[in-house]
Design a protein around this ligand. Structure first.
Ligand SMILES: CC(C)(COP(=O)(O)OP(=O)(O)OC[C@H]1O[C@@H](n2cnc3c(N)ncnc32)[C@H](O)[C@@H]1OP(=O)(O)O)[C@@H](O)C(=O)NCCC(=O)NCCS
Length: 156
């Protein structure tokens, strides 16, 4: 479904502090429980891998990953609603894991809400497997909590 022709691929680059306003605007449109501005600012400040896809000065997708001790954790992958289902989510995960591999990372982890079938399909289609569950990991509507699936993929 989602092979993106090279000619229309947005530009992939590091997220800067001055991008955070645009990033948070997408974050708030997409997630019911969005990250705060401070979380994005801190991720950039402490040197996490923070990347965006940019299309004619518009940010259309972003990804955040921590790397250390031979592992990486994909912490956020998000595509602006009007750009979803065109291959950008897959491409972002691809680019993040390529960076991890260049840093000698052997295994990638991430968490996904149990109800997030779309993201689950994306990650499973890219070779991630369920390796655990975390109960009550995420906030949910009505003051409830929702569990997370822990997914992992060997990178080499
Ligand atoms: C999940 C998300 C990152 C996927 O990015 P995307 O650019 O929309 O997805 P892609 O076009 O790259 O598609 C990759 C795979 O995702 C799944 N997918 C994409 N759109 C889908 C849809 N409308 N319905 C079901 N699955 C879908 C498919 O498995 C697809 O693989 P295929 O192309 O082989 O069918 C994006 O939808 C998003 O930002 N969602 C909201 C934020 C979020 O949930 N992030 C993940 C947190 S863990």
């Amino acid at each position: 479904m989602s092979a993106l022709p090279t000619a229309v691929r947005p530009y992939f680059r590091a997220m800067q502090q001055q991008d955070v306003d645009k990033v948070i605007a997408i974050e708030r449109r997409v997630y019911e429980f969005p990250w705060t501005i401070g979380i994005f600012q801190d991720c950039i400040k402490i040197g996490y891998v923070c990347r965006v896809f940019e299309n004619q000065s518009d940010i259309v997708a972003y990804g955040i990953m921590s790397v250390g001790n031979g592992e990486c954790h994909i912490l956020n992958v998000c595509v602006a609603p009007e750009h979803q289902s065109r291959g950008l989510g897959r491409l972002m995960v691809d680019r993040l894991t390529a960076i991890a591999k260049r840093n000698k990372v052997r295994i990638a982890f991430l968490e996904v809400r149990i109800s997030n079938e779309r993201a689950f399909e994306l990650y499973c289609g890219m070779g991630f497997n369920e390796v655990g569950r975390r109960e009550d990991y995420y906030p949910a509507t009505g003051g409830k909590r929702e569990g997370a699936l822990v997914l992992a993929k060997m990178l080499y």
